[in-house]
Design a protein around this ligand. Structure first.
Ligand code: ATP
Length: 230
């Protein structure tokens, strides 16, 4: 479905991502894990061509390495960015509508998003900046879904949220996977991410240091000690 080969992201002389390769199959959830500064955000920003990168990308067998961000979105590669990046002065529904600006049927998708996150329907006329952190994250995920993603990339959707809200959002991801959406999930919350993903890659200072089946990594003694804090 999506294959990334030799992705490099540099900021001047800072080498944030040092030639990583990975793949995502249709209907899979793949986690990219790692601590602060490991290069997770840069990986997503590099794929989406939001920051400059060297890479080869294949989507459904087609070489899309030279595609600009808008073209990638048109193809159905959609990012739900770190820190949500909602438009605080717009209403919930206006924020959602922004998500289908480039791709996606606005009316249909609004209904789908409201079914997944009923709280957003209740608050559709509310100014987005006044939502709770959890509701804002749901809005950010909802906005990404408005573009009908084939590949949904999420950058730390659990950041700063209460466990019950994280569960609610992760349950939606499981539902989306069932619908056939492929999900690339960047997380610092490794245990939660491993529990819902099929496979995972662990990044350290811009390199993949471990990869494998999520359930196996979850019970691997070395991984537990080094990355899962237990
Ligand atoms: P976090 O969880 O903190 O977001 P991360 O794993 O997503 O961490 P990145 O944000 O990709 O990591 O950062 C990787 C490295 O690149 C870090 O050393 C960071 O300081 C550096 N970096 C990130 N953005 C920039 C930038 N715009 N200019 C210079 N260096 C940057």
């Amino acid at each position: 479905m999506l294959e990334i080969k030799n992705l490099f992201v540099n900021y001047g002389h800072v080498k944030a991502v040092k030639g990583i390769s990975f793949r995502l199959e249709k209907g899979e959830i793949v986690s990219i894990l790692g601590s602060n500064g490991a290069g997770k955000t840069s990986t997503l920003m590099g794929i989406m061509n939001i920051v400059k990168s060297d890479r080869e990308i294949y989507f459904k067998g087609e070489n899309i390495s030279k595609d600009k961000t808008t073209k990638l979105v048109k193809r159905g590669l959609i990012l739900c960015p770190e820190n949500r990046r909602i438009f605080p002065g717009l209403t919930v529904e206006e924020n959602l509508k922004m998500g289908s600006f480039i791709r996606g049927d606005e009316k249909n998708n609004l209904e789908k998003v409201y079914n997944l996150f009923p709280i957003l329907k209740n608050r559709k006329k509310q100014i987005a900046g006044s939502l709770s952190g959890g509701e804002q994250q749901m809005l950010a995920v909802g906005r990404a879904l408005m573009g009908d993603p084939e590949v949904l990339m999420l950058d730390e959707p659990s950041l700063g949220l209460a466990p019950i809200i994280i569960d609610e959002i992760f349950n939606v991801l499981i539902e989306l996977k069932k619908q056939g959406i492929s999900i690339l999930l960047v997380e610092q919350n490794a245990i939660k991410a491993l529990k819902i993903s099929n496979r995972a890659y662990i990044l350290e200072t811009g390199k993949i240091v471990h990869s494998g089946i999520s359930k196996e990594l979850l019970y691997d003694e070395k991984i537990k000690k080094a990355y899962l804090g237990r």
